[in-house]
Ligand binder design. Structure first.
Ligand code: KG4
Ligand code: ZN
Length: 337
């Protein structure tokens, strides 16, 4: 089975073709960073327009790279939520209509399930059950995953998502959007323990997160210190250490609670080197294993949507003709297969 995957939930247009025997044949991406950078964040209307311009071009490029024709595609998977409603509608309408015109099945995919399954694109994929830490620009969630669609939310951010906290703090430090990778690069030049930020909500039981206070802490630290490159790097370092430590503490707690030996790290912040290293150390200590995908499969991409579509179509079959998008779509509401 060959599945075309279409991702248009936010500021990246992703198109991929996944073959159930040969694996990933093409993974095309158009990033809208230059479109939104000037505004310091994603402008929803510009995002939808860009998806309109790029999606069909990327489908053509994916077919060309795979040396396939449209008729060689057996099914289409498209992101139907969560995300920006206008952007979701672009990919969903193109995906569903194309499937209708070709008389092939299509399936509406939950973007966060795409992230969650993305490490399965790699050679050494995780097996269920596992704890998943989903850390993106819009979500920070700890999930207990026991099968495809069998996801229980253990905890989540009560305010800013981890990626959002990275982006907002980066902005305070004068770094351009999207700030996560830039802040992380600056932190590498920072001194450890020059500043110490709190580890929010680690002093009480539970699996929830709260990152918005760290941004305020960063704002106050910037205000109270000289504005030199070294000080900014030291603040970036203290911020990154605090976010990563907090995520690691909560993962440890979730693993203790569930008794699972595998941990999956996914979502854009999952490409953060420090987080990857610290979770690897944690799992070595626990005689378990952490699974994460290569960085380009951590941030938004079409490959994870094509793969999730293939899993769902193999297990469940077609979706109805109607096109429905869900700007909010909790993982716990997915069909269990
Ligand atoms: O999953 P993703 O590509 O899009 C959403 O679904 O939100 O995640 C994007 C987020 C942004 O907030 C970005 O700053 C953050 O992931 N991010 C990082 C890194 N790479 C991307 N945050 C910290 N360190 C990184 N290396
Ligand atoms: Zn995402």
């Amino acid at each position: 089975m060959r599945v075309l995957g279409i991702e248009t939930s936010c500021d990246e247009t992703g198109v991929a073709i996944y073959d159930s025997t040969a694996g990933l044949l093409s993974n095309q991406l158009h990033s809208q960073i230059t479109t939104h950078a000037h505004y310091g964040g994603v402008v929803p209307e510009l995002a939808s327009r860009s998806h309109m311009q790029k999606t069909v071009l990327l489908i053509e490029a994916a077919l060309q790279e795979s040396q396939l024709r449209m008729q060689d595609i057996n099914a289409i998977a498209y992101t139907a939520g969560p995300g920006l409603v206008g952007s979701l509608l672009v990919g969903s309408c193109i995906g569903r209509s194309l499937a209708f015109s070709l008389n092939i099945p299509s399936v509406a995919i939950n973007h966060m399930e795409g992230h969650l399954l993305s490490p399965m694109l790699e050679d050494d994929p995780p097996n269920f059950p596992f704890v998943a830490l989903l850390v993106s620009g819009g979500h920070t969630q700890l999930i207990s995953a026991t099968g495809i669609g069998a996801y229980t939310l253990m905890g989540e951010s009560l305010d800013d998502a981890a990626g959002e906290a990275f982006d907002k703090t980066a902005k305070l430090l004068g770094l351009s959007y999207p700030g996560g990778p830039a802040l992380s690069a600056l932190a590498k030049k920072g001194l450890r323990e020059r500043f110490r930020f709190p580890r929010p909500m680690t002093d009480r039981p539970g699996f929830d997160f709260s990152f918005s206070g760290l941004k305020t802490f960063a704002a106050n630290t910037i205000y109270n210190n000289h504005n030199t490159l070294q000080i900014r790097a030291d603040i970036a370092r203290a911020f990154e250490d605090a976010v990563v430590d907090t995520l690691v503490i909560k993962c440890r707690r979730a693993l203790n609670y569930s008794g699972f030996k595998s941990l999956v790290l996914a979502g854009g912040v999952g490409s953060n080197c420090l987080l990857r290293r610290k979770l690897k150390d944690l799992m070595i200590q626990r005689d378990g294993k952490v699974f994460y995908a290569r960085p380009e499969f951590c941030t938004d991409n079409g490959a994870m949507i094509a793969y999730t579509g293939m899993m769902r179509l193999q297990l469940n079959g077609d979706n109805p003709l109607s096109i429905t998008v869900r700007p909010r779509w909790p993982l716990s509401e997915l069909n269990t297969l």
